[in-house]
Write a protein that binds this ligand. Structure first.
Ligand code: NCD
Length: 327
C-alpha cells in the first residue's frame, strides 16, 4: 500500500541514495543528533501508519534473518513484528542449537549463509564485538541486537525515542537521567549513556560498588562535556531525576554466583520510594525485570516501561526501512 504522498520520510519509490541505505547498525556512535531526528521522524510516522492501517507494503518481498544466540522476547519479536507490519517476512533462528551453529559453524560462515537468503540480518550474540565481525563478513546490512556486554544500539534508540515521545520533543536538553542497577554488565546503559551524550543531559549512575559504569564508557561521555556522578543509593538523586532508567542485574554474566547473590535485590523501585520523585518524570526499564520494579508501581502514570516496548516496534520499523532504502 502506498504511504502518504506528501510524507517527508516515506514517499513512493526507493531511496537508494539515502544515507542509511545498505548500512550496518553496530554502535550508537554511528548516530549524530540529526540522524536521531531523522530516525524519530520516521518512527513517529510508522506509529501513525500502524494506528491507521496496521500493516502496509513498504518492505514487501524483503526478508529479514533474525539470528539470536542469546535469549530474547522483546527484541526478537519486535523485529519480527516490524518486518511483518512492513509487508516483509522473517527467517527466525532463535534456537541456534537446531542450526549448524551446533555443529561448530563459525559466525562469519553462518552470516554468509543467511545473506544468501535474506536482505538484512539482525544478530544477538554473547560476545562483545561479534556484530562488527558479522558486519565485516556480510555484504548485506547487519543490525546489532546486543553483543555481550558491549552495545544494544536499537534499544538505546528506542529508549531515547521514548524520552522524546513521553516528555515532549526538544526537551532532552537540560534533563537529568539516572541509571540504576547493573551498569557494569548492562549493555543497554552502555549504549544509552553514549547516545544521550549527544544532548545536554546530566547523568547519574546508581549501582552497587561492583557493578559501576565502565570507565571506558564514562570517559567517552566525559569527552562530550556531559556531567556524570556516581552514587550508591537512589535517595539523593531521585528528587531531581527526569528519567529513572532501571536495569536488571545480569546474572548470566557473573563468573562468581556468590558475587551475584551479594548484589541481587540491591535496589527495588516501589510506590513508597517513588513518593520522593517528581510528578512529571518517567521510569523506564529495557525489561525483563526480575524484582527491581515492584508490580504495584505499574499503574502509576510515570511507569513508562510497557509503553517503551511499543515504541520499540516503531523504531525498529524505521531502522529496517532505512537500511533497506525505503525511508
Ligand atoms: C536487554 C538486553 O538484552 O540487553 N533486554 C532487551 O533487549 N530488552 C536487557 C536485559 O536483558 O536485562
Amino acid at each position: 500500500m502506498p504511504t502518504q504522498p506528501n510524507s517527508p520520510y516515506l514517499p513512493f519509490g526507493d531511496h537508494k541514495n539515502a544515507p542509511w541505505y545498505g548500512k550496518d547498525i553496530i554502535s550508537v556512535k554511528q548516530f549524530s543528533r540529526a540522524d536521531l531526528e531523522y530516525v524519530f521522524g520516521v518512527a513517529h510516522e510508522m506509529h501513525g501508519m500502524v494506528d491507521r492501517v496496521g500493516t502496509f507494503d513498504l518492505l514487501k518481498g524483503k526478508i529479514l534473518a533474525n539470528l539470536f544466540y542469546e535469549p530474547s522476547t522483546r527484541t526478537s519479536s519486535s523485529f519480527t513484528a516490524a518486518m511483518e507490519r512492513l509487508g516483509g517476512s522473517v527467517i527466525p533462528i532463535n534456537e541456534v542449537k537446531y542450526s549448524s551453529v551446533a555443529k561448530g559453524e563459525s559466525l562469519p560462515d553462518t552470516i554468509r549463509t543467511l545473506e544468501c537468503y535474506a536482505d538484512v540480518i539482525v544478530l544477538r550474540h554473547p560476545e562483545t564485538g561479534s556484530a562488527a565481525i558479522a558486519a565485516q563478513a556480510a555484504r548485506k546490512p547487519v543490525i546489532n541486537a546486543g553483543d555481550g556486554i558491549g552495545e544494544h544500539p536499537t534499544q538505546a534508540l528506542l529508549d531515547t525515542f521514548t524520552i522524546f515521545e513521553e516528555l515532549g520533543a526538544g526537551q532532552i536538553d537540560g534533563m537529568t537521567v539516572t541509571m540504576l542497577g547493573d551498569l557494569k554488565y548492562g549493555r543497554t546503559v552502555h549504549s544509552l549513556a553514549r547516545l544521550l551524550s549527544l544532548y545536554k543531559v546530566k547523568l547519574n549512575y546508581v549501582s552497587p560498588e561492583i557493578l559501576r559504569m565502565p570507565k571506558e564508557v564514562m570517559e567517552e561521555v566525559a569527552a562530550k562535556g556531559i556531567p556524570q556522578a556516581e552514587f550508591d543509593s537512589l535517595e539523593k538523586v531521585l528528587p531531581k531525576t527526569d528519567v529513572l532508567y532501571v536495569t536488571r542485574v545480569q546474572k548470566e554474566r557473573f563468573e562468581d554466583p556468590e558475587a551475584y547473590e551479594s548484589v541481587r535485590g540491591s535496589f527495588v523501585v516501589n510506590p513508597d520510594i517513588m513518593r520522593a520523585a517528581k510528578k512529571e518524570m518517567i521510569v523506564m526499564h529495557p525489561l525483563p525485570r526480575v524484582g527491581e520494579i515492584s508490580p504495584d508501581f505499574d499503574d502509576d502514570p510515570r511507569a513508562a516501561y510497557f509503553r517503551q516496548m511499543e515504541y520499540g516496534l516503531y523504531v525498529r520499523m524505521a531502522l529496517l526501512a532505512m537500511v533497506l532504502g525505503k525511508a
